[in-house]
Structures are given as structure tokens and as C-alpha cells.
Write a protein that binds this ligand. Structure first.
Ligand code: CA
Length: 220
């Protein structure tokens, strides 16, 4: 269950319809007070939290929630709000800025939901490689595989969508969002490096598969 804390009716409606269509159960709160009441009634898996709310600041509420196991994705308007969100250690798992695309938000939500809040075991096995998304480690047998931050972020995104296609658009939005890439070969370079580290024969990938014209898929 996802709690959407948002006072703009158009966003609440769009998220209720869009996220329900993606298989999430959505509850909405238009004020911090309603959000607190909702969380007191029943726990949720994830909170999508707007910054400017009628009865207070989402940033303060995010700090409150940091003590709980519930992950928070901050949703900010494209303005000074984002600088505030980024500038403070408020315990948010991620953030998106308005306007956002539903697919981008859902991809980020899946990554966050794959991260167990308590640091419990959450390993994904891909061939003879074990990816621990929560601890951000990759092992082949007992040997650690070194990945750059972006390589791991890409792998985590693929793991969160295991067996499903991650489109180039979603991968670019999730990893290089807000960065003005001159071309999208950066993504291919990272896929190539991941294959060199994950595949037995990087030239004939069996796990990190290209879906021509669409994107990539990680097959266990
Ligand atoms: Ca607002």
C-alpha cells in the first residue's frame, strides 16, 4: 500500500489512477494531519510526500518518518523546494520533481521497495552472480565484483524489474535524470561494462539482454 500525501487534486487523481493501474493499492491524504491519521490506522509500504502542504512542511514530516521503517519518496515542485530537499539529510529514499512521468516514478518506487527497510537479506541471483541490492554488493562465488555507483544503480534498476524490460527512457530518466547527456551512448557504455562483470561471455550475453529498439532486460 502506498500513501500519497499531496494537496493538489490533479496529482492525487492522476496518481490514484496511474499507480492503481500499475498494481499498487493507493491511499491519499491531503494534509499532514490526514497522513498521520492514516499511518496510525494502518502501516504502508511507501510514502510519496509532497513538500508544500496546507498544514505544514513535507520535509519536517519526512524527518519524523526517518525514525520509522517506512521509506519516503519526496515529490517537489520544480523550484527552490528541490534545493531544500537535496540540501538536507532528511532521510528520504529518493525524490522526484513535478511534473514527472508515471513510468519514471514507478521505476523509482520499485527500486525503493526492493530495498528492505531493515537491511534484511534481499539477494537476487543472476547466473553465478549474487546481487545484494540492500547492501549494494555483488559477488561471484566468494569473490566481490567491483561496480561503479552508476553501474550498480543500473543493475539495481534491472533487478527491481527482473525478467521485465527496462526501457532506455526509464533507465536514462532514473540514472541520469536532470543531467544533460549529449547522447545516450552513456547508457550503452554502462550496459557493456556490466556485461563484462556479470556475463561469462560478454559478447554473447545470456542475462543482461538487449531488447532491440526498446531497452534491456535482466534474466535470472
Ligand atoms: Ca503542495
Amino acid at each position: 500500500m502506498v500513501l500519497v500525501v499531496e494537496d493538489e487534486a490533479s496529482y492525487v487523481d492522476a496518481l490514484e489512477v496511474g499507480l492503481t493501474g500499475e498494481g499498487f493499492t493507493v491511499v491519499a491524504a491531503r494534509t499532514l494531519r490526514a497522513a498521520r491519521e492514516q499511518l496510525a490506522r494502518s502501516p504502508v509500504d511507501l510514502v510519496l510526500l509532497d513538500v508544500m502542504l496546507p498544514d505544514g512542511s513535507g520535509i519536517d514530516y519526512c524527518r519524523e518518518l526517518a525514525a520509522s521503517p517506512t521509506p519516503v519518496i519526496m515529490v517537489s515542485a520544480r523550484s527552490a523546494e528541490l534545493d531544500i530537499v537535496l540540501g538536507l539529510e532528511i532521510g528520504a529514499a529518493d525524490y522526484v520533481t513535478k511534473p514527472f512521468r508515471l513510468r519514471e516514478l514507478v521505476a523509482r518506487m520499485r527500486v525503493v521497495l526492493r530495498r528492505p527497510p531493515t537491511g534484511a537479506e534481499d539477494a537476487v541471483r543472476v547466473g553465478d552472480v549474487v546481487v545484494d541490492v540492500a547492501r549494494r554488493t555483488v559477488h561471484r562465488a566468494t569473490q566481490a565484483v567491483e561496480l561503479s555507483r552508476k553501474e550498480f544503480d543500473l543493475l539495481a534498476l534491472l533487478c527491481a524489474n527482473l525478467g521485465q524490460v527496462v526501457t532506455r527512457e526509464v533507465a536514462l530518466d532514473t540514472l541520469w535524470w536532470g543531467v544533460d547527456l549529449t547522447d545516450d551512448r552513456t547508457l550503452d557504455t554502462h550496459v557493456k561494462r556490466l556485461r563484462q562483470k556479470l556475463e561469462r561471455d560478454p559478447a554473447v550475453p545470456r542475462h543482461l539482454v538487449t531488447v532491440r529498439g526498446v531497452g534491456f532486460r535482466l534474466d535470472p
